[in-house]
Design a protein around this ligand. Structure first.
Ligand code: CMP
Length: 140
């Protein structure tokens, strides 16, 4: 299996409920290493650029409002098959469809306030990581 890096966000609903440590424990217990991490308050412009792929979707405006409603934790996770593994740990986008024991099943409040974001492909992982981190910020 290839060692990969993926981009992750612990979203405002989770930081508000002080769940950063519990979510990070899920990653670490599954064998992913947090090789970069920063707590930030996203600007509207950052949220709109980050989610630009969704700009025609009906939920885009509310999503950007939600993502700028409180602090988030942006991070890079590293490990075997990290992109797929992280998506498995997070569970389905809609917590109603997420498998038992996943982050979104256990912590998410709604499809919008779904506690975590993770890259969906190697190409997007590279783009998303570079959006928030310089190479020197990532310590494997
Ligand atoms: P995320 O993985 O961060 O990618 C896009 C986000 O849009 C998604 O998680 C959800 O938080 C949010 N979202 C809000 N409504 C929807 C929807 N109907 N379908 C998909 N994503 C949605």
């Amino acid at each position: 299996m290839a060692v990969e890096r993926t981009f992750s966000i612990i979203k405002p609903d989770a930081t508000r409920r002080n769940l950063t440590g519990k979510i990070n424990a899920r990653f670490e217990e599954a064998g992913l290493r947090i090789v970069a991490q920063r707590r930030i308050w996203m600007t509207r412009q950052q949220a709109e650029q980050f989610y630009a792929v969704h700009k025609e979707r009906p939920f885009f405006k509310d999503l950007c409002t939600f993502m700028t409603s409180g602090p988030v934790v942006v991070q890079v996770l590293e490990g075997d098959n990290a992109i797929a593994k992280n998506r498995e740990i997070m569970g389905a986008t809609n917590p109603a469809n997420a498998a038992p024991g996943t982050i979104r099943k256990d912590f998410a409040e709604s499809i919008e306030a779904n506690s975590a974001h993770g890259s969906d492909s190697p190409d997007n992982a590279a783009i998303e990581i570079a959006y928030f981190f310089a190479g020197a910020d990532i310590v494997g």
